[in-house]
Design a binder for this molecule. Sequence first.
Ligand code: ADP
Ligand code: MG
Ligand code: MG
Length: 207
Amino acid sequence: MLNQDTAKAWIRRAAEIITENAGVLTELDSAVGDADHGSNLKRGMTAAVEQLDQDFASLEALLKKLGMTLVSTVGGASGPLYGTLFIRMASAVVGHDEVGGEQLADSFEAGVGGLRQRGHAEPGEKTMIDVWVPALAAYRASWQADGDQAAALKAMAEAADAGRDSTKDLVATKGRASYLGERSRGHVDPGAASSAMLIRAAAEMLG
Ligand code: ADP
Ligand code: MG
Ligand code: MG
């Protein structure tokens, strides 16, 4: 279930995982980009956590604030992308204090739609899209199979990890890594890795 309390727990946990792994993310970005993905996201998630002590009028307001904070603090390509994800998720929960099941999938889908629109990337281009698209599909399939919220989130996290790993053999055709062409092959995409961390935290805290 996604409500204000679990959303805050999700962001705190994601910030913890991303801060612990900032070095790993930056190392991945040093192979295919400009070695700043870990520091970009660590800065952004720290700023996001600083917003969480306020009271928000609604789940929508909380998610929107998180998105706007990420847009203004992460920078790079990933800041607007992650920001858009949360801002679109916010728009999808207008009028609801809590969403789960199919409605939670719809909210994630709105977020992922925003990501795709903003980045103009399709699956297979070695970006964070290669995590979010299969993760969302796995969530829906699992939810439709047995209506178990925790199981659906777990399936989502497993698909996210597989999606992250799948980027290793791909050639980047979007973002900074695309400048490397064929030489981008053989490295996991940093944004795919951080997306899998965000989804792992969601699975822990929204189940
Ligand atoms: P920058 O490349 O500007 O330094 P970051 O290092 O913070 O930004 O983020 C890089 C990540 O952003 C990539 O690993 C990739 O997952 C993601 N990314 C870049 N461009 C796109 C795009 N057009 N669509 C989706 N994701 C993208
Ligand atoms: Mg970078
Ligand atoms: Mg950069």
